[in-house]
Write a new protein. Structure first.
Length: 413
């Protein structure tokens, strides 16, 4: 594990530290990207690395929604930093460029304008590395156009670099290795078979430090679950729980207990799953870890719902929705709202079910999270039909038909 991470970090640092290099294209499947992204985090957190990393990992469904999401994320981070400066008595950051009304700039131009602005306010001795790492690239030719435009636009900007993920067909490699030979291309050694063999060897190597062994066993347990080896995954997690209890690492205890709950849940052992989730969330609350509380509340709500304990499930879904809203974790907020809608529907509180699903749908549309909207939209249509609300049924049916049309068009590409 350590050798793999060291190799990845060496390649990434080599790119960052060589001033001549401006573009790194990475080919890595989404399911193999966890270690890679953790390596980025480790480099960013390294006090010896003064550079600024700006990461955008939301799905690419088109240039306009991708840039909209990136700009919204950037403005939020920018305003937070500016606010902290003001609290310290320093002047705020110069305002980000106002986006023109009427669409006079293309999405590519809007993003480049922002990149230019950030470069202008960051001290020259610090590089700005823009990491575009969408796990889904649904419009590859638009993605290529966006990356190629930004690549050309940063040529006069000293100290600006791009790290971008390629799609499964390697559309960036096919284009850029011909027209831009200065680009670097990198495929990290994270294929499952190779990684599994390497991890298994290190997990049982007495020379591997205990903390690293524990991390490896957590990853191997996840692989066991994905391949249906539930007994082996459970045994690994129970050993890990003992280790983290002995070493007093309560945050990791909570994670492992949640993982044990997942194993029971996948095997339909709902009482055991509920017990593990309850233990996990109790520790997370005591540790004041709101991110853990959010997703564990949804898990606990799910297992309670499966047991038809609807009132109890609703308590956890509502807590998750409120915390997700507070922490701006949109995916969890949407998930919690949709589960609230499902519970309200099952308990025949149709007005409240519709309200929750309407809010979730509006959030999906506003922030371009339309993937996965089919199921909640179908439930919402059924609710309006059951209510006899012809007006709202017609409004949402038009949206449903348009969504189905777009999905059909994408599938034909």
């Amino acid at each position: 594990m350590k050798r793999i991470i060291q190799d990845i970090q060496f390649r990434l640092k080599n790119f960052v530290n060589r001033s001549r290099l401006r573009l790194l294209v990475i080919f890595c499947a989404p399911e193999n990207s966890t270690l890679l992204l953790k390596s980025f985090d480790a480099i960013e957190d390294d006090p010896a690395m003064p550079d600024i990393f700006l990461t955008f990992g939301h799905p690419f469904t088109g240039s306009e929604p991708y840039v909209d999401h990136a700009m919204a994320s950037l403005r939020q981070q920018y305003n937070q930093v500016s606010g902290e400066l003001v609290k310290r008595g320093d002047p705020p950051l110069p305002a980000l460029p106002e986006e023109p009304v009427g669409g006079s700039l293309s999405p590519e131009e809007r993003l480049l304008t922002c990149i230019q602005h950030i470069r202008g306010i960051v001290p020259r001795e610090r590089q700005v590395i823009w990491l575009f790492y969408p796990m889904e690239i649904n419009e590859p030719h638009e993605y290529l156009r966006l990356i190629d435009f930004i690549r050309e636009g940063i040529v006069p900007l000293q100290g600006v670099k791009l790290i971008v993920r390629d799609n499964a067909e390697q559309i960036l490699l096919q284009r850029l290795h011909i027209y831009y030979p200065e680009a670097q291309f990198y495929q990290p050694p994270l294929e499952p078979d190779k990684l599994m063999k390497e991890l298994a060897g290190q997990a049982n190597d007495t020379r591997t430090p205990p903390e690293e062994q524990a991390q490896i066993h957590m990853m191997l347990a996840g692989l066991d679950v994905s391949e249906g080896r539930f007994d082996q995954a459970l045994a690994r997690n129970q050993e890990l729980l003992g280790y983290f209890r002995h070493s007093g690492q309560r945050h990791h205890q909570s994670i492992v207990l949640n993982n044990i709950g997942d194993i029971y849940y996948l095997q339909n052992q709902l009482v055991a799953a509920q017990e593990s989730y309850e233990q996990a969330i109790l520790i997370a609350v005591e540790e004041k870890s709101e991110p853990l509380v959010i997703y564990q509340s949804i898990n606990l709500g799910n297992v309670l719902q499966r047991q038809q304990k609807f009132d109890e499930a609703l308590v956890y879904y509502q807590a998750a929705e409120q915390l997700a809203d507070k922490n701006r974790t949109l995916a969890y907020q949407i998930q919690a709202l949709e589960q609230i809608g499902a519970v309200r529907h099952q308990t025949r509180r149709l007005d409240e079910a519709a309200a929750a699903l309407e809010k979730a749908t509006d959030l999906r549309q506003k922030f371009h999270f339309e993937h996965g909207l089919h199921g909640p939209m179908s439930r919402l249509l059924n609710i309006y039909q059951e209510m006899g609300d012809a007006e709202r049924l017609e409004q949402r049916l038009k949206m449903y038909v348009e969504l189905a049309r777009r999905n059909s068009a994408i599938a034909k590409l």
